[in-house]
Design a protein around this ligand. Sequence first.
Ligand code: ADP
Ligand code: MG
Length: 554
Amino acid sequence: ATAPETHAFEADVSKLLRMMVHSVYSDRDVFLRELISNAADACEKLRYEGIATPSLLGDDPQPCIRVLLDADQNRLTIEDNGIGMTAAEMGETLGTIARSGTKAFMERLAAEAGKEGSQLIGQFGVGFYSAFMVASQVEVFSRRAGSDEAASWTSDGQGTYTIAPVDLADAPTRGTRVVLHLMEDAKSYAERYTVERIIKAQSGHVPVPIMLFEKPDADGVDIADGAALWLKPKSEISEEDYADFYRSVAGQYDKPAHTVHYRAEGRYEYSVLTFIPETKPFDLFDPDRKGHIKLYVRRVFITDEAPILPRYLRFVRGLVDSADLPLNMSREMIQDSPVLGAIQKGVTGRLLGDLQKLSDNDAEAYQRIWENFGPVLKEGLYEDFERREALLGLARFKSTTSGDGWRSLKDYVAQLKENQTAIYYATGSDLDRLSTSPQLEGFRARGIEVLLLPDQVDNFWTTMGVDYEGKPFKSVTQGGADLGLIPLVEGADKPTEPENAAVADFLAFAKTTLADAVSDVRASDRLTTSAVCLVAPESGMDRQLEKLLASAGQ
Ligand code: ADP
Ligand code: MG
């Protein structure tokens, strides 16, 4: 065998570890959840690989996580019989920040310099490294399924780690053993009461059974059965169960704001358990717009990369378990399977329908969801033509008359003014500035409600000829907003009188002075107190969109 090799952590890992060691983070318990979730992931990976290569399972086909306590030695061990890691894999995965959540954490930390790092850990969870919140030394012994070599990875979290080959007898027969040498103030993590309580609360629903061993020579007791929560009838599941499961399936630290659990029967059969988070996940606006629905086939985890939901529903967490996909299909082939297409259609329709119901029955709960995810859902207005109607029904807006509340389009069209034929909107990046824009004066004077659209995405869907109940969307910055036909509110400031000769003189003067800088200068109904404003030509691009494209170099 080769000699032990010592390596330096990636710079970011060192920083993270230093911070963790000095962390005063109050909820250190989460480290256990992270390690158990890694163990469960490893078992699920093996379950999947074992389909194509049954020999990997050997004579130990039942996945299991064992938690072993040793209070005398101040030791806590988490062991799984999952896929395991080779020495090289340990170097790659435990020495670097490969995990996207951890990466995002470090980025946020850099961006919010000075902010207490330990608070951020609580929002993100930093995976494997959280072990160093409670351990002064971590040893990992692992043997990859099918391999006849084993290796160890050891670190005190001070900047380096060592990888060495070990005798087969010193590693699990298959899988990974993580041994934590607990810090003085973390001794309680070797006590049964504490550990059992934490596991039941945090990890009671991981899909792999968990056994606890109170002492080195004690018999194990089952503390979690590894049953698939999503296959149980709803009546047997409490809100707490759902919340626990949500946290473990989503790797989130908040609660679900809304849960959708059902079984589809008919042409295809599948179970769905999905959650809308209570808070915005950190990767919501990542450019790859990745979804987070896990795909299972008859309880076997297949992938979390399958396009089960459209991108504008990427904030939804959870899983779909299909009975119709063949288990021995490659992940790539599954992506293109018509079954997956049917599932996507079914689940998307169901989720939108459910949101519609929620908005009818519990407007407040729905508005909280919209506040978090509205800008994402609106992407569907230009991406998903088929469901545009449904999405317009779900959309909520701030407007010149909404105050702190939200308006639906149904509300809007119910209160159209006499002769008003369009839904007026203004786009911009800032709600306050939008609402004081001079463009709105003529609308205010007529009591016409204008939707205020502050999100980037609003610059796109509004240009696609969208209408609602036959009323087209029209930007207030576009030319000839046909306000003349709509009567003024009583007592409103009168707009400038266009026939005025002085105005005509001024218009001529402005046109010659501005020359090619503008295509026209016109007197307008739209202003009451401001002197001028810029507008886009009737058929031209909206001003905000022009700005956006200009800044993107187009
Ligand atoms: P994540 O689980 O989000 O990928 P972690 O920091 O928790 O991030 O783990 C990093 C990586 O280390 C995992 O992706 C996996 O490749 C590897 N790993 C950690 N624990 C285990 C384990 N018990 N068995 C196999 N691989 C593991
Ligand atoms: Mg993990």
